[in-house]
Design a protein around this ligand. Structure first.
Ligand code: PGA
Length: 241
């Protein structure tokens, strides 16, 4: 694992944006795996900036998002579909047909998940997967205990995740209880991974995931087994490393 500790969020976002933009410049038809959450927001803002300055072209880039809530309408302000269009896709020249998000409203979720796996394969696999980490070590919505060989599936969210995500909803009972998520094996099949960890509330889980034992109880610890992972942390998230 390559670990980069940054001084502040400006540098954190810049390092992450350099990794993603290098990928797109080296391979203009890159397949990117993307994440939602607060952590990658600064990265997305920088990518938009680079696009506006004419430094980046997304016209041939394909994307696959990690996860989506089950049962939220696409245009719900908290759907990940909405998040991605608001915070990135509406502001760059990516083509709609190159954007892939799990459909959380299809009746047969298992078909949606199997189709998603097929679509990733048909696209040639993911070149670079951007990841955040949950306070419980989840990646995507793969909660502690998820087998390392899991593929894209319907997931029951843990109480910890529901509580963490309730900050975006009017009340905790509005947070969906289920989500569709790429599996751990799906994530591990990406050719390169960049894991973003920021803030002191993530410091303990960062140390467990990066330096602790590789265990299904800490899903992100599986990344220690991947040959091409870069972890970008800000100073606060790195205090226990
Ligand atoms: P956050 O979410 O970036 O909002 O902390 C990360 C995650 O839960 O994976």
């Amino acid at each position: 694992m390559k670990i980069i500790i940054t001084e502040n969020m400006g540098e954190f976002n810049k390092v992450a944006a350099d990794i993603v933009s290098r990928q797109i410049k080296n391979k203009p038809d890159s397949v990117l795996g993307l994440a939602t959450g607060s952590t990658p927001l600064g990265l997305y803002a920088m990518l938009i900036d680079m696009y506006k300055k004419g430094e980046l072209d997304f016209s041939r880039v394909k994307t696959f998002n990690l996860d989506e809530y089950r049962g939220l309408p696409k245009d719900h302000p908290q759907s990940y579909y909405h998040f991605m269009y608001e915070n990135l896709f509406n502001k760059i020249n990516i083509k709609d047909e190159n954007v892939n998000l799990l459909n959380g409203n299809r009746d047969e979720s298992y078909r949606e998940c199997a189709d998603y796996e097929e679509k990733i394969k048909a696209a040639g696999g993911i070149d670079l997967q951007v990841l955040g980490i949950g306070h419980n070590g989840h990646i995507g919505f793969n909660e502690p205990g998820t087998p390392f060989d899991s593929v894209t599936d319907l997931i029951d969210l843990s109480e910890r995740t529901i509580e963490a995500n309730s900050r975006f909803f009017d009340s905790p009972d509005q947070v969906p209880r289920q989500a569709l998520s790429m599996g751990i094996k799906t994530i591990m099949q990406s050719r390169n991974i960049v894991l973003l960890i920021s803030g002191n509330s993530k410091a303990r889980i960062a140390a467990k995931a990066l330096n602790g034992p590789i265990t299904q109880n800490v899903p992100a610890s599986v990344l220690q087994l991947h040959p091409f992972v870069t972890v970008v942390l800000d100073k606060e998230a790195a205090v226990y490393l």
